[in-house]
Design a protein around this ligand. Structure first.
Ligand code: AMP
Length: 291
C-alpha cells in the first residue's frame, strides 16, 4: 500500500493507474476506521481494481462547538486496517494543503440540507459537498462509495454528481451494525458502557416504527411518535430530531410510502449519533457484524 499526502502526487498516481486501464475506486472517510468503512472497501474491490481510501477530518463540515478537535484519530491503526483489506493507496492530505486559504467558493446543498441533520448543522453539507468535490477533482475516481448510514449525505452527493455532471459513479452501501444493531460509527468511541446500552434504543426504535408500518400504519406522525416513545424512555438520551422524508427531496412527508426514509439524530453523553432506515425495509437490509 502506498501512502500519499501531496495533492499533485495523488492525481498523478490516479492518472497513471487509469492510463494503464485500472478502474479507480475512492472510499472517502474521516478515519478511525471500523468495519463500516472496511465493507465499503470490500464493495469497492468488487467494482474497481485500484482502491484509494482517503482519510481527512474536514474542518469545513464542523460547526462552532462541534468535535473537530477531539474527533478520534489513529493513523497507525488505520494504515494496518486499510492495508489488510486491499487498499492500494491511502490518501492522507493535510488541512493546510486542502485549504491553503479560506475557500470562498463552495458547493451549496440548497434545499436538500433544510431538514434532518442539515437543520441543526447549518453549512455542514456545503462543507461535505465542497470536500467531496475537491477529492473527486484530485483523485478523479471512476467510482466512489458512501454508506447509507449517512443517508442525507449520500443523497446530496448523488444529487451533486448529477447536477454538476461529475463523471464518477456513486455507490451507496448498506449500514453496517454491531451485533446489538447499533450502527458502527467512529463516534461510538465516545460512549461509556452504560451509554452504549442506551444507544441500543436507537435501532430498537427504528425497528418498532418499521413493524408499525408493516402492520398497516402509514401516518408519519404515528410512526415518529413510536420512535420518540421508544427512544426517550429514560432521560439519558436527547433526541435532536426524528423525521420521515421523501428520498428524492428529503422533505418531510405526512403519508408514508415504502421508500420513505425515517432518520434521526440523538445525543447520548457527548456522542451525537445518527441512524436511519428505509421504512419498508426496516433494518433487514443492513449488515450485522461481530455476531
Ligand atoms: P466517516 O468516516 O464517518 O465520515 O464515514 C466515511 C464513510 O463511511 C461515509 O460514506 C459513511 O457513510 C460510511 N460509514 C460510516 N459508518 C458506516 C456504517 N456503520 N455503515 C456503512 N457505512 C458507514
Amino acid at each position: 500500500m502506498i501512502e500519499i499526502s501531496d495533492l499533485a502526487a495523488m492525481r498523478s498516481w490516479s492518472r497513471d493507474a487509469r492510463s494503464r486501464g485500472v478502474r479507480v475506486g475512492l472510499v472517502p472517510t474521516m478515519g478511525f476506521l471500523h468495519e463500516g468503512h472496511l465493507r465499503l472497501v470490500d464493495r469497492a474491490t468488487a467494482v474497481a481494481d485500484g482502491i484509494v481510501l482517503s482519510i481527512f477530518v474536514n474542518p469545513l463540515q464542523f460547526g462552532p462547538g462541534e468535535d473537530l478537535d477531539t474527533y478520534p484519530r489513529d493513523l497507525a491503526r488505520d494504515r494496518e486496517a486499510a492495508c489488510g483489506r486491499g487498499v492500494e493507496c491511502l490518501f492522507v492530505p493535510d488541512a493546510a494543503n486542502m485549504y491553503p486559504r479560506n475557500p470562498e467558493v463552495r458547493v451549496v446543498a440548497g434545499v436538500l440540507a433544510e431538514h434532518l441533520c442539515g437543520a441543526g448543522r447549518p453549512g455542514h453539507f456545503d462543507g461535505v459537498l465542497t470536500v467531496v468535490a475537491k477529492l473527486f477533482h484530485i483523485v478523479e475516481p471512476d467510482v466512489a462509495l458512501f454508506g447509507r448510514k449517512d443517508i442525507q449525505q449520500a443523497q446530496i452527493i448523488k444529487r451533486m454528481v448529477s447536477d454538476l455532471n461529475f463523471p464518477t459513479e456513486i455507490i451507496v452501501a448498506p449500514t453496517v451494525r454491531d451485533s446489538d444493531r447499533v450502527a458502527l460509527s467512529s463516534r461510538n468511541a465516545y460512549l461509556s458502557k452504560r451509554e452504549r446500552e442506551t444507544a441500543r434504543r436507537i435501532p430498537h426504535g427504528l425497528q418498532a416504527a418499521h413493524e408499525l408500518f408493516v402492520s398497516g400504519v402509514t401516518d408519519a406522525g404515528r410512526l415518529v411518535e413510536q420512535v420518540r416513545a421508544t427512544l426517550t424512555a429514560g432521560d439519558d438520551l436527547e433526541l435532536e430530531y426524528v423525521e420521515i422524508v421523501d428520498p428524492a427531496t428529503l422533505a418531510p412527508v405526512n403519508e408514508v410510502l415504502p421508500d420513505a426514509i425515517l432518520a434521526l439524530a440523538a445525543r447520548v453523553g457527548r456522542a451525537r449519533l445518527i441512524d436511519n432506515m428505509i421504512v419498508a425495509e426496516g433494518l433487514g437490509a443492513d449488515v450485522l457484524v461481530n455476531g
